[in-house]
Design a protein. Structure first.
Ligand SMILES: [Zn+2]
Length: 255
């Protein structure tokens, strides 16, 4: 793929310190809602149809679940259905390719849809959980449910209600997951921040942390974000457009 036909110019590419990078260089991909929206998965900001009349706080918070668990489970069943109909896009696939190229690489995602895993990415840290997993609301035990079972009320052996294993409004991220994310970011040499508005902390701190620790930071986002002016390279593009081209460039230079 030639850069002359791409959205990038030669100047942008030469900024990447290819001479300091090899297949053993630690690389981190940090992704947000933007890469999922390219697969047709909507966010809370664009609730449609039936669900637009609800406050997201009632659909995705502990208080909302306590006051109307069936409503919350219906909402998650609808989300899960939409997600199961979606497929990883060229951005997810390019990240999976990158992970085969770089032996020490990690995906840190804020998305709960599991599309990185479906695209073959490994390892993946899911900061906000995974909509296909479930746990007890009371004792936090992991509970296996089929898609069909998950749309109904289920109880843990302790008597607690079963809920999606995702991080809701008002809940903290899992400490161990967050620690692993910050550790990887401190050690990485190249950091990609993809389709994330970098506005929700503590996750939004990760690109800044990478830059402070001397990583080369590449941002891919159609919109300008609070991090854009801090990135070494900031591309106004969709992940599915930019990442395959970046992959070709890295593959040609370092493999
Ligand atoms: Zn329990």
């Amino acid at each position: 793929m030639g850069w002359s036909h791409s959205i990038f110019n030669a100047m942008a590419v030469t900024q990447i310190p290819f001479d300091q990078v090899d297949r053993n260089s630690p690389v981190v991909f940090f992704t947000g809602a933007g890469i999922s929206s390219e697969s047709g998965i909507s966010t809370f900001r664009d609730l449609d149809g039936h669900w637009s009349k609800y406050d997201p706080m009632n659909l995705a918070s502990p208080d909302g679940f306590i006051s109307d668990p069936e409503l919350v489970l219906d909402w998650y069943a609808a989300r899960r259905k939409a997600i199961l109909e979606a497929e990883p896009n060229a951005g997810h696939r390019a990240i999976s390719d990158f992970q085969k190229l770089f032996k020490e690489s990690l995906v840190i995602t804020q998305n709960v849809d599991g599309l990185h895993i479906l695209a073959g990415s490994k390892p993946v840290l899911e900061l906000h959980g995974n909509i296909h997993r479930h746990k007890c609301f009371e004792c936090s035990s992991q509970i296996e449910l089929s898609v069909h079972e998950a749309s109904n009320l289920n109880y843990c052996s302790c008597g607690g209600l079963v809920r999606p294993d995702v991080v809701w409004f008002g809940e903290s991220l899992v400490t161990k997951t967050l620690e692993d994310a910050f550790q990887a970011v401190q050690d990485c040499q190249i950091f990609f921040t993809v389709g994330t508005s970098t506005q929700i902390y503590p996750a939004a701190q990760l690109p800044f942390e990478a830059k402070n620790n001397q990583a080369f930071v590449i941002e891919v986002n159609p919109e300008v974000t609070p991090f854009s002016s801090h990135a070494h390279m900031s591309l106004r593009a969709q992940a599915g457009e930019a990442l395959p081209q970046l992959y070709e460039e890295f593959y040609a230079k370092i493999s």
